[in-house]
Design a protein around this ligand. Structure first.
Ligand SMILES: NC(=O)c1ccc[n+]([C@@H]2O[C@H](COP(=O)([O-])OP(=O)(O)OC[C@H]3O[C@@H](n4cnc5c(N)ncnc54)[C@H](OP(=O)(O)O)[C@@H]3O)[C@@H](O)[C@H]2O)c1
Length: 298
């Protein structure tokens, strides 16, 4: 697995997408004729986060992006919400590339509506393999991505895998798209379930830790709001420290001899926090495998 961290990727995205066109009447007319650079099918939590990331990073302009929803009212509302273009069936078919961000269970229903030979697709659906995507979409130009909710604040770790038929432009485009949401890693597809278990699901586990720390704060006498603030600040400070320092070194620095932190660490060891977290990652990875049909239990 390697981190694809090219500082020129935003420029590459602009080139790949035909961006550089400023939003406005002329750009819109061009996009109408040629199709948007990216049609988003499923502008929910994650699809919406990717749209905002792309706009924030500046690789794509609002006029380059469109959202599709089968319900025209919902489509118009989503387009207004993100400030991008509403797309009907024909609009999706004219788009240069399509981002699929619906629930995996919806894919079988959605695929025939958006399938187009030779089109470029990016999917962020958990558990839907490149082979399945290529088969259902009728195009082998498919990039599979696994972001996490951090995309909403530009802090996602996103895994990318792709088919051999994916073009250099497709890949540059996908990398730039997810660089707008955080950091991009090239990951072999056989590690996608593991990546989903740790990174895709991880914000839920970290949030549980934050919630529990806040509960601890309430237990020792803080009001809920203050306890939540303090818990958030602890995680934020630790995340920043982790950018340059090994986790064990941070723990060792805080835990002075006979002090408060080592007393708490001992309690966490007694309650097997490490085991619980290791087991959670394994369970989440196995569940991802079940969803993609690779799992032992499916
Ligand atoms: N959430 C995460 O942390 C996370 C992390 C990694 C990957 N993912 C993946 O991201 C995908 C979406 O998850 P999510 O959490 O963002 O779900 P979500 O918030 O429910 O978003 C799904 C969106 O798809 C729309 N939709 C449903 N049917 C559609 C259709 N036929 N055409 C166009 N749009 C349609 C839904 O619109 P309505 O609301 O009108 O039904 C909704 O806005 C999933 O495949 C998931 O595996 C999620």
């Amino acid at each position: 697995m390697s981190q694809a961290d090219d500082p020129h990727e935003h420029d590459d995205a602009a080139a790949a997408s035909g961006a550089g066109t400023k939003p406005g009447a002329v750009a819109r007319a061009d996009a109408d004729a040629a199709g948007v650079a990216l049609a988003v099918v499923g502008a929910g939590r994650m699809g919406g986060a990717v749209i905002l990331g792309a706009l924030r990073a500046g690789g794509l302009h609002a006029a380059d992006l469109g959202v599709f929803h089968p319900d025209p009212e919902r489509r118009a509302a989503l387009a207004t919400r993100f400030g991008v273009r509403p797309l009907d069936d024909a609009g999706v078919h004219r788009a240069e590339r399509v981002l699929i961000a619906v629930k995996p269970q919806s894919f079988e229903r959605v695929a025939p509506l958006i399938a187009r030979r030779h089109a470029g697709y990016v999917s962020l659906m958990a558990g839907v393999t490149l082979a399945t995507l290529a088969k259902r979409l009728g195009s082998a130009r498919v990039v599979r991505a696994m972001p996490n909710l951090g995309a909403r604040v530009g802090a996602s770790a996103t895994a990318l895998a792709w088919t051999p038929e994916t073009t250099e432009d497709d890949l540059r485009f996908a990398r730039a798209l997810f660089r707008g949401c955080g950091t991009v890693y090239d990951v072999p597809e056989n590690l996608f379930d593991a990546f989903t278990g740790l990174s895709g699901s991880g914000p839920a586990f970290a949030a549980l830790v934050a919630e529990s720390l806040a509960d601890g704060g309430v237990r020792v006498g803080f009001h809920r709001d203050v306890a939540r603030d303090l818990a958030r600040q602890v995680l934020l400070a630790t995340a920043r420290l982790l950018e340059t320092t090994d986790p064990a070194a941070i723990k060792d620095e805080v835990a002075s001899p006979g002090g408060t932190a080592i007393a708490g660490v001992r309690t966490l060891e007694r309650h097997r926090l490490r085991f619980a977290l290791i087991d959670a990652i394994e369970a989440a990875s196995e569940r991802a495998g079940e969803l993609s049909g690779n799992g032992k239990g499916s």
